[in-house]
Design a protein around this ligand. Structure first.
Ligand SMILES: Nc1ncnc2c1ncn2[C@@H]1O[C@H](COP(=O)(O)OP(=O)(O)OP(=O)(O)O)[C@@H](O)[C@H]1O
Ligand SMILES: [Mg+2]
Length: 495
């Protein structure tokens, strides 16, 4: 084993500083032997100092003089190690490492064991990437724990969130899983997998017959405070649904509209404005989304394919409508899994749902329908095999309750101090040292935390080998191909 250095100074059970013989690397793992145990640690900070070139020198010529005398001999490198625990149990020993303890470079065999070699072999894990500090060590995620304890993927724009989603989706499908991707910007419209896994595209159509009253109110943009409108809509909706169910045909929304028109004649004068308002909203809705309404569309449960990535393309909807559709999917998935547990009839397989742009679906400062169901899945999903992954480039705009209920986190580059603080508050496992790594990560590099890994890891995530649109666009080529470059302005003026 290679000795990297020796522990010096005061130590605690969770932290030690060592003087290093060579430059340790960020995120590097080390092994120490003390208290009769083989203990794993991670280098989370580096210090480069000089005994003679101290901060209280204020004169450059003094520095030059000292430099010419000491010739680098006074410099030192120290690594700050976080003690992660005994390599067998990952329990932190009760005593701190004694000064003088050797700090060894962690062996590949130790690391492979910790980062889930066995999960990969047994098909109970999916590979995410490799350790940044040692690219020969693959990192596997425990899928049971990822799905049952939920996940958040957070990073600035362009850092690699969607790439991570695609990699995970491909590999979960590869072990026979079912994922749903709520694709807010049609980024996955061309998704295909390199491992032959199935991709099933769900049209963003909706069947009003299967929607709840709350979902319809949101789709119609009937405000929460508009009590009269809501009351009339509920009544007209209920009656229309009864009529629809007994006849088994017709256009439900048209029936609702007719009911409202009848009420318009019968209602007190003071209520007519509200009823007319609801009629207008139904007409607006049909104008806007007429193409998307499909009375023949089966329930969500029948639309989802097992052993596949089910991509729900929401790119053509505005935010309110996307919220209603996503909420509808989340509600039906959770309910159908509960039905399955209770009665044996329902959704037959567990589902992992990726929610892109989660800060729109579950914002911090507004109530949305999806936020309610995200909260329900966060709390109840574990028991029924419904997991979710919140994906966001604006963590601080995300609902803090939803975020803190995701036990697992993949945090790629994150720069803004307010985002960093917010993420730290929502993740008890994110140490100050790891937090400081986040702004300097490269594209595709991440801090990975939670029950799905045995210890926190700095990971270089694999590039997605399949096909997916939505990468960084080549703007210059698009301009060139647009033909605006040659010919100059005159050409444009002629048109
Ligand atoms: N692990 C990786 N390996 C190789 N390339 C990567 C990796 N992660 C991301 N990239 C590349 O970086 C670019 C941006 O990645 P991606 O679209 O995943 O970012 P994003 O965080 O989802 O951005 P946005 O917030 O805009 O949705 C893409 O071209 C992608 O192919
Ligand atoms: Mg993205």
């Amino acid at each position: 084993m290679e000795v990297l250095g020796y522990v010096v100074g005061e130590t605690t059970v969770s932290r030690a500083v060592f003087v290093s013989k060579s430059t340790p690397r960020r995120g590097q793992y080390v092994e120490l032997f003390y208290d009769g145990k083989n203990v794993l640690g991670m280098v989370q900070g580096l210090i480069h100092g000089s005994v003679s070139l101290t901060e209280d020198i204020h004169d450059a010529s003094v520095v030059e003089k000292i430099k010419s005398l000491e010739k680098g001999a006074d410099r030192y490198l120290k690594g700050v190690v976080t003690i992660l625990g005994d390599v067998e149990t990952l329990r932190v020993p009760d005593v701190p490492p004694p000064p003088g303890t050797e700090v060894y470079r962690a062996r590949r065999s130790t690391l492979s064991k910790i980062f889930g070699e066995d999960l990969g072999r047994t098909g109970r894990g999916v590979r995410l990437g490799v350790l940044i500090s040692d690219s020969s060590v693959p990192v596997y995620l425990d899928v049971n724990r990822m799905v049952s304890r939920h996940l958040a993927i957070l990073a600035v724009t362009g850092a690699g969130k969607s790439n991570t989603v695609a990699v995970l989706a491909e590999r979960i499908v590869g072990i026979g899983g079912c994922v749903v991707i709520c694709d807010m910007h049609s980024e996955y419209a061309d998704l295909s997998f390199s491992n032959g896994g199935k991709v099933h595209f769900l049209a963003p159509r909706m069947n009003p017959v299967n929607m709840s009253v709350a979902e319809m109110l949101r789709l119609l943009r009937i405000d929460r405070g508009a009590h009269k409108q809501e009351r009339y809509f509920r009544k007209a909706w209920r009656e229309a649904l009864d009529a629809f169910r007994s006849s088994g045909s017709g256009e439900l929304l048209e029936l609702v509209r007719r009911n409202l028109e009848r009420m318009l004649d019968e209602a007190p004068r003071g209520d007519r404005g509200s009823i007319q308002g609801v009629i207008n909203k139904i007409e607006d809705f049909v104008d806007r989304y007429g193409d998307l309404i499909d009375y023949g569309l089966p329930d969500v449960v029948e639309q989802l394919r097992p052993r596949a990535a089910n991509v729900l393309d929401l790119g053509s909807l505005d935010e309110e409508a996307a919220d209603a559709v996503v909420s509808h999917y989340l509600r039906r998935i959770l309910q159908a899994r509960k039905d399955k547990a209770r009665t044996g009839v329902g959704l037959d397989f567990p589902v992992f749902v990726f929610l892109e742009e989660a800060h729109i679906l579950a914002p911090k400062d507004r109530q949305t329908l999806s936020k309610y169901w995200i909260g329900r899945i966060a709390r109840e999903g574990r028991k029924f095999g419904v997991g979710m992954c919140l994906v966001s480039q604006r963590p601080k705009a995300l609902d803090p309750d939803s975020l803190s209920q995701t036990n697992n986190k993949i945090i790629l580059r994150l720069v803004e101090p307010s985002d960093l603080r917010y993420v730290q508050q929502a993740s008890e496992l994110l140490s100050e040292d790891l937090l400081q790594q986040l702004p300097s990560l490269n594209v595709g590099e991440a801090v990975v935390l939670g029950l799905m890994v045995k210890v926190p890891a700095l990971v270089r995530i694999d590039g997605f080998a399949g096909h997916k649109g939505g990468g960084d666009p080549d703007i210059v080529s698009e301009w060139r191909e647009g033909g605006v470059v040659e010919g100059g302005d005159e050409d444009l003026l002629e048109v």
